[in-house]
Design a binder for this molecule. Sequence first.
Ligand code: TYC
Length: 102
Amino acid sequence: MATDPREGGLLEVEKQKVSPPPLYRVLLLNDDYTPMDFVVGVLQSFFGMTREQATQVMLKVHRDGMGVCGVFPKDVAATKVELVISFARQHQHPLQCVMEEV
Ligand code: TYC
């Protein structure tokens, strides 16, 4: 933006070329060993879902192989993936959680 007084009071408007930060889907993957109630608890604790929402998402993952937990900025998505995997491993479950750009 020009602020030089010699511009005679005219301000140049520069178009800003900024794109919004990329968003990432966080996904849970199905496996044959992680208990269903553990997955429901993860979805409630880490993704703020009600028990009913969490149950629907868990059943979708169980049926289709994967399901969306939420969409977040990159650093938030990466932290959720880490926390979920770490929590699952602490409980000896093989639950997998991944992120992908929207
Ligand atoms: N398939 C698991 C079972 O039958 C349940 C499960 C659901 C596991 C979702 C992982 O992300 C998952 N116990």
